[in-house]
Design a protein. Structure first.
Length: 322
């Protein structure tokens, strides 16, 4: 599944270094850790690059080894990182995954990070000629007052490009902030993506029709309903597409994969059902790997499934090839 389109996509948001325990036992006793890279917006940018689009990631990192690792990883995946600012005084953000029998918990060390200092000035001199879409998420709004103002500036019209907004609810980031701003931001976007569960937590409902009433501004609303499927609301109509059956290896990153697959198909002008299927297919690529971003599924799989009749789609079952 590739989308060879003119114009590019800009993804804006923080990416951090992730530390994951590399040995069993209580987290406080762990002495060896695996270093990874994590960021919703850069994940989308990488997915888009692998789908054949020109993607650019805009952010800030510290002038430190972790910042260099982030730039190496995202840039090495084919994403343009030339607009990432390297901050000489603030560190790169970090989060630690603390796994125990009760589940996996993320502990953030991003207060005062280079990316949290971003503000509307990031847009000064940012070349947007030829850009068809700017992608942001609710995560950025939670980082600082200046980051919230940056998102407001991105969403302030008029503009010649589309803006997509992924809710990406992270409750730990909003402990000392007011999440009601998320409705304002989402309603100012052109395309909104939200998980039904996170919309329920933030806005009190995950029902697509009720969400559409809450968000009349966007031309397109996509409600992701987990392993069941997704619903697209557009031009007064609702289109539902069930998800694929997938032998899940790791669920982390599937939402970013769905967003990228959907957005690439949206820019290609595909009809609603195929847009949702493109999202499901790219989510499946992430579900079939232990990494946040998986390689796209081969065209001999995606091509037939994009155009399959409903029974063929429903019967599909994707498994990881050893």
């Amino acid at each position: 599944m590739r989308f060879d389109l003119s114009g590019g996509v800009v993804c804006l948001g923080e990416t951090m270094v992730v530390l994951v325990p590399a040995e069993p036992g209580p987290v406080r006793s762990v002495r060896t850790w695996t270093r990874a890279i994590g960021g919703a917006e850069s994940n989308v940018a990488i997915h888009l690059a692998r789908l054949g689009l020109r993607s650019r990631w805009v952010s800030a990192v510290g002038d430190d080894a972790f910042g260099g690792a982030v730039l190496d990883y995202v840039g090495g995946a084919g994403v343009d990182v030339s607009d990432v600012r390297v901050d000489a005084t603030r560190p790169t953000g970090l989060y630690v995954k603390e796994s125990d029998p009760s589940g996996s918990h993320a502990r953030y060390y991003r207060s005062g990070s280079a990316a949290s200092a971003m503000g509307p000035e990031v847009l000064d001199g940012l070349e947007l000629d030829g850009v068809r879409l700017v992608h942001v998420s609710g995560i950025t709004a939670a980082l600082s007052d200046s980051c919230l103002e940056l998102l407001r500036a991105v969403l302030r019209g008029p503009r010649e490009h589309l803006v997509s907004f992924d809710l990406n609810w992270r409750p730990a980031l909003w402990a000392d902030r007011d999440p009601t701003v998320l409705l304002e931001l989402a309603d100012s976007a052109d395309v909104v993506l939200a998980g039904a569960d996170e919309a329920e937590a933030v806005w009190g409902t995950g029902d697509p029709e009720k969400l559409r009433t809450l968000l009349p501004g966007p031309s397109t609303l996509v409600v992701k309903q987990g392993a069941e499927g997704a619903t697209l609301a557009e031009d007064g109509a609702f289109t539902y597409q069930e998800a694929l059956r997938v032998d899940v290896v790791e669920p982390v990153g599937a939402g970013d994969g769905f967003a990228a697959g959907y957005l690439a198909a949206h820019l290609a002008g595909l009809p609603p059902t195929r847009r949702l299927r493109a999202g499901h297919l790219q989510a499946a690529a992430a579900l079939l790997t232990s990494e946040d971003v998986g390689e796209p599924l081969p065209p001999e799989v995606t091509g037939p499934l994009l155009s399959a009749d409903p029974p063929t789609w429903a019967a599909a079952h994707l498994r990881r090839v050893p």
